[in-house]
Design a protein around this ligand. Structure first.
Ligand SMILES: [Fe+2]
Length: 132
């Protein structure tokens, strides 16, 4: 899983955040494949959750600041995505699920779809208002 130029939403700060999210997911996958421990992988999942929250909050502050008309809808997606990662982390912590290919496909899908549809729309709006 790698950054691709088609993922750029035209807002430098958020492109950097998205790159970091992709980096953490790739690290998670590599660590899983190289046989890292459950505790180690759990910590990486926690890092992913923390960074996701930090990033979503940054986007939400920017949308509010610029009175983005689709703020509520966008925020709702953030809440749902955060809950899904939290739910997975909880189950993984309890040993009720494994980090299999399915979860990496899921993480990639949620991140890419959100960036390509929801974040791009926001990016266009912010760009017109002078945010770079
Ligand atoms: Fe977003």
């Amino acid at each position: 899983m790698q950054w691709e130029s088609r993922l750029s939403i035209g807002i430098k700060q958020f492109d950097e955040h998205h790159k970091e999210l992709i980096r953490i997911i790739a690290e998670l996958r590599n660590s899983k494949n190289s046989g890292e421990s459950h505790v180690y992988l759990k910590n990486l999942l926690f890092e992913l959750l923390s960074y996701t929250k930090y990033h979503f909050t940054a986007e939400e502050r920017m949308m509010e600041k610029h009175h983005y008309p689709e703020f509520e809808k966008h925020k709702k997606e953030h809440v749902e995505l955060t809950e899904q990662v939290e739910y997975f982390l909880d189950r993984y912590s309890l040993g009720k699920t494994d980090l299999d290919e399915e979860i990496f496909e899921f993480l990639k899908k949620w991140l890419f779809e959100h960036i390509l549809e929801t974040d791009k729309k926001m990016g266009e709006y912010l760009h017109i208002r002078g945010v770079e």
